[in-house]
Structure formats: structure tokens, C-alpha cells
Design a protein around this ligand. Sequence first.
Ligand code: ADP
Length: 281
Amino acid sequence: SRPVRISVHLHPYGDGRKLMLSRDVTALEQADAMRRDFVANVSHEIRTPLTVLTGFVETLQTLPLDAEERARYLAMMAQQAARMQSVVHDLLTLSRLEGSPLPGISEWTSVQVLMLRCEEEGRALSALLTQNNHRHHVLQFPAAQDLRSAGEIAGVQAELQSVLSNLISNAVRYTPAGGTITVQWRYTTDGNAIFSVSDTGPGIAPEHIPRITERFYRVDRSRSRETGGTGLGLAIVKHAVQRHGATLDITSALGKGSVFSVTFPANRLRRSALPAELQPA
Ligand code: ADP
């Protein structure tokens, strides 16, 4: 958009000379438009399940349903309530990220602990999504013995956990049953470390890639909702990654799959001692 300047003319000298103060308000206006968009999006995300929920309540109140039908309606209501809960949960996570001070390097989080937790979550989500399917996802995680020497990251455990969990959850949710999800943690020769999640899912068209980290941006709305997505996962990831001095890279090929990688800088990493069997004598 074109820059908008607001100018104020003052006459502070009393001799006709003017002092002009002018200010570019484009950024302010943009921030304001973004805030309005955001509120509209939030309202929509909450109102949709709420409307469905209200409809079901009315049905239960007015129609004579047998026990089986009632149970079916209640299950669908629970699903809508859970959806609202996830949206609110993710919104609170985002606002907490924005409101809290930048993580220093006083708190250290074990990569092993992070990985074990997200492996558990990833497997549970995959089992849930493929339960009516004779095929499952192939999930590949680093071997337990490699994780013992994976080291630590300086930062807030809950935030780092949400980065890993969101990326793995996306890979599982967008990859059809039978596909493979590979999670890796490796150090580069210059001491940085890369956490990556690769999938053999549908991939993301290049024009969408720069936008998928925006709040509520989804390539396929129905697929996202079907699998419990709030549209906020990658916004949370991007935010938490930046706060930890890390970078997020996304590469993807349509029909082949995607790779999301997070690079942590060497100055925020602490390599733990070598496992006993590799220690020099
Ligand atoms: P959502 O809750 O919709 O998954 P996200 O912010 O996590 O929200 O992701 C935004 C969008 O990016 C998703 O709706 C989806 O279209 C796309 N996306 C994210 N991860 C993947 C992936 N691994 N494969 C394909 N598309 C993805």
C-alpha cells in the first residue's frame, strides 16, 4: 500500500515560522488492519463450532431420539467443543509467546526429553487418525542411544516442545496412511543443530509456502479441520523458533512431500558428554 503521511503544522516561534511534524502512518494502519483481520478470524473460528453445537442442542431438545441417536449427537457435540478448546488453547499459546520475555540462555532443555515426548505424541496421533484404516504411517525417530548424546538447547521447554510437536503433528495429519514421516536431529560441522521433519504427504505449492506460517492461513481448509487443525500451529512454530534465535526452513514438492527444518545456532546449544562407551580412555 502507498505510504500515508500525516503532517501537523505548529507555530511555536510566534514569528510566522512553521514547525512541521509529519509521520508515516502506513505501518500503524497495517497493524490496525491486521488486528481487525485477526479478531474477525478468531470470531469465525469460534462461531462455526458454536453454531453447530447450538444446532445439536436444539435437536436434542426437540426431537424424540432413541439412545443410540442421542449418543451419536453427543459425540458430535463433544467434537465441536474439543475444536473450540484447541482454538482457544493455541490462541493462548500465541499470546503467551508474544507477552513473555525472550528466552535467555539460563534454562537448558534436553533434546532427548523433547524427542521422546514428541515421538509418543506422534505415534498416538497417527494411531488415532489411521484407526479405521488397515494401513498406518511409518514413523521414523532417532534411535534411543543416539538421543542420549543429543545435547541440550537453551530455551523454554514448553516452547521448544510446541515447535517439535506442531511440526510432527502436521506431518502426521497431512500425510495419508501408508506414508512415511522421518524425524531427525543432527549437528552440522559448524556446531549448529538441525531438527527436521520430512513427510511423504501431498506437498505444498510454492505460492503457499511463504504464507502458511500466517495465523489461520490454510491451503486446504477442510483437510485442516478434519484432522483437528486450528490454523495456528505454524504461527506458533515460527514465533517460538524466532524467539530462540533459530530459523525455520520449508522445502516441499507437490505430490512428493515436505521438509520442515529448524536450525538452532551453536551458541544456544550444549553438547552433552559422549556416552561412556565412546569416552576416550
Ligand atoms: P493447521 O491447523 O491448519 O494444520 P498450521 O498453521 O499448522 O495449521 O498449518 C497451516 C497450513 O499449512 C495447513 O492448513 C496446511 O495447509 C499446510 N501444511 C502444514 N504442514 C503441512 C505438511 N506437513 N504437509 C502439507 N501441508 C502442510
